[in-house]
Design a binder for this molecule. Structure first.
Ligand code: SF4
Length: 341
């Protein structure tokens, strides 16, 4: 059967959503004339509003059981032929089942095997998350050319970024060094603010870049501490960017220095030179994917622990020095590059 209407249930977090882009593109390539609807949480939707590989974005609020039923009803009304379920949740499979979608493709996890048509066995080993999503598509529809992860900011997104920067009297064309020092997951993923500041001072002076700090509103205090530690000027945009504007800002960057975070994945997929500091998480599984990325990490016995807060002395981050991050950034200035610094 060739499906006419497909719903893709997207991942719930920005980083995972970026890493699912090759899988989404693969669905588009296999079904070029199908109408593809992407169902995602509202805070992820901005990534895909101008994406050419989906026809529309449908957002549903955080579900309780009532919302499950509403989603299933709406699926039935829309009459999808195929659901691709990227999250492994019971809820995503149940809503497609109750929504009358005849083909429901997902990994056979989370007590939901009986809801899937077909259930797809989990891949062996610990593949990178981007390969994990793509494997699901390949198992269901056969192997084909592997799409890249690349995305582009739309003209509207770039214009929104330019407007925001101009309100801070920043010339977007002078070259931006964007710092993303936060990490919503928890403090364990955060490299130290004073080291971000030292890296920024060195690189900004060396390459004549203006420092911009992005993040959420609660991360503004962290950004202000970095700003105070800097010898040169910096502009703080924390809490001022929706996802579309963040895409625009990152697309205008000459270099991004970041923790393991959603903005890291967005910058990498935009093709912006991106240096990422890793500690408690596994870069082999969730590292940035893109043509110009570098991961800086130091191997310690307890990593990856995947904890939100470090229960010991944060040695995984403490052992990452400023020189290593600066060196990685310099290496990115001379592409091609890849691998660990
Ligand atoms: S337990 Fe180890 S890997 Fe985890 S945050 Fe602490 S130092 Fe890093």
């Amino acid at each position: 059967m060739t499906p006419g209407k497909i719903v893709i249930r997207g991942p719930n977090w920005v980083g995972d959503a970026v890493l699912s882009i090759p899988a989404m593109k693969a669905v588009r390539e296999r079904f070029p004339v199908a109408e593809i609807t992407l169902l995602v949480r509202p805070w992820v939707a901005g990534l895909f509003r101008s994406a050419p590989f989906v026809d529309s974005v449908w957002t549903r609020p955080k579900p309780g059981v009532t919302a499950w039923i509403e989603t299933a009803r709406e699926m039935r009304r829309r009459g999808f032929d195929l659901a691709l379920l990227l999250p492994n949740s019971f809820e995503s499979a149940w809503t497609a089942f109750a929504g009358g979608v005849p083909a429901r493709v997902g990994y056979a996890t989370d007590t939901r095997r009986w809801l899937l048509r077909p259930p797809v066995p989990l891949p062996e080993g610990r593949p990178h998350q981007a390969d994990y999503y793509l494997h699901l598509v390949e198992e269901a529809f056969g192997e084909a050319r592997r799409p890249d992860i690349r995305i582009e900011a739309s003209p509207d997104e770039v214009a929104a970024a330019r407007r925001l920067l101009s309100t801070h009297r920043v010339d977007a064309d002078r070259g931006l060094l964007v710092l993303s020092p936060g990490a919503a997951f928890g403090s364990a993923k955060r490299w130290f603010g004073d080291r971000f500041a030292e890296v920024a001072d060195r690189l900004a002076e060396e390459r004549n870049l203006h420092v911009v700090i992005v993040g959420s509103a609660p991360e503004r205090a962290l950004a202000e501490s970095i700003q105070a530690a800097l010898a040169g000027p910096a502009t703080i945009l924390c809490g001022e960017t929706d996802l579309e504007t963040l895409l625009g800002v990152l697309s205008l960057a000459s270099l991004v220095v970041t923790n393991d975070s959603g903005p890291m994945h967005v910058a990498a997929a935009l093709g912006v030179p991106t240096v990422a500091v890793f500690g408690p998480t596994d870069a082999d599984v969730t590292g940035p994917v893109g043509p110009r990325t570098r991961v800086v990490r130091r191997h310690v016995a307890c990593s990856p622990c995947l904890l939100r807060e470090c229960p010991i002395d944060h040695r995984c981050m403490d052992r990452v020095g400023v020189d290593a991050v600066v060196r990685a950034a310099r290496q990115l200035a001379a592409p091609p590059a890849g691998g660990d610094a």
